[in-house]
Design a protein. Structure first.
Length: 214
């Protein structure tokens, strides 16, 4: 009986190879590298904001881009942690950053309606669409990096992992294009700069679970 057990164990482990453990620092470096490349590509293609190039800083721009950067970082941390399931792990940290960033579209709605710009909130504008399209495109590299990282791991909630990965990617993509976008109006920022985050969140929730099943 003992020999049969030994033979069964040997058969089960035959062909198995050691797997390199996922390290948090490596995953975070991958996400940051992808975000940096995206930002550099946006600046190379469209140029840096004139005030940033001159060493001047607009308060609204600093606050809004800072919120998106913070959301991208917080959501990326959550995705990387989710790739290594551990008992007692807390995956809710990104929600605080999301709550802060959500003030931007809320403020855009309030200010837009108070100005009587309700139609502008729902009517696409050329510059706004550019922010949405390029911001979304700039999100794809980070999205691919985070999905690849999740595929190497074993997330226990693929749907939530996909949602947060999309939010992280969208936030980094928006941050990248905000380095070019010269518009400091809260209505524009809250509507068009937030749009890629929502779009990528939906994409991640819909697509990622089928890619990381284990």
């Amino acid at each position: 009986m003992e020999r049969n057990s030994d033979a069964l164990i040997a058969q089960l482990v035959e062909g198995l190879e050691p797997v390199q453990p996922l390290r948090f620092g490596t995953g975070m470096a991958l996400a940051l590298a992808a975000a940096t490349v995206s930002a550099v590509m946006v600046i190379a293609m469209f140029g840096l904001r004139a005030d940033l190039a001159a060493g001047q800083f607009d308060p609204m721009h600093i606050v809004s881009t800072g919120l998106f950067l913070g959301l991208g970082l917080a959501a990326s941390v959550t995705v990387i942690v989710m790739s290594r399931p551990l008992v007692g792990s807390d995956h809710s940290g990104w929600r605080w950053a999301a709550g802060m960033a959500a003030l931007l579209p809320l403020a855009a709605l309030i200010v837009g309606l108070s100005r009587g710009e309700g139609a502008e909130l729902i009517t696409p504008a050329d510059h706004g669409m550019q922010c949405f399209i390029v911001g979304g495109a700039a999100s794809l590299l980070v999205f691919a990096a985070l999905v690849a990282w999740l595929r190497r791991g074993a997330p226990t909630a693929p749907d939530r992992a996909g949602l947060v990965a999309g939010i992280a990617a969208g936030a980094f993509g928006t941050f990248a294009f905000a380095l070019h976008c010269p518009d400091n109006d809260i209505v524009h920022i809250g509507l068009w700069h937030s749009a890629p985050v929502f779009a990528m969140a939906g994409l991640g929730r819909a697509v990622v679970p089928s890619l990381i099943r284990w």
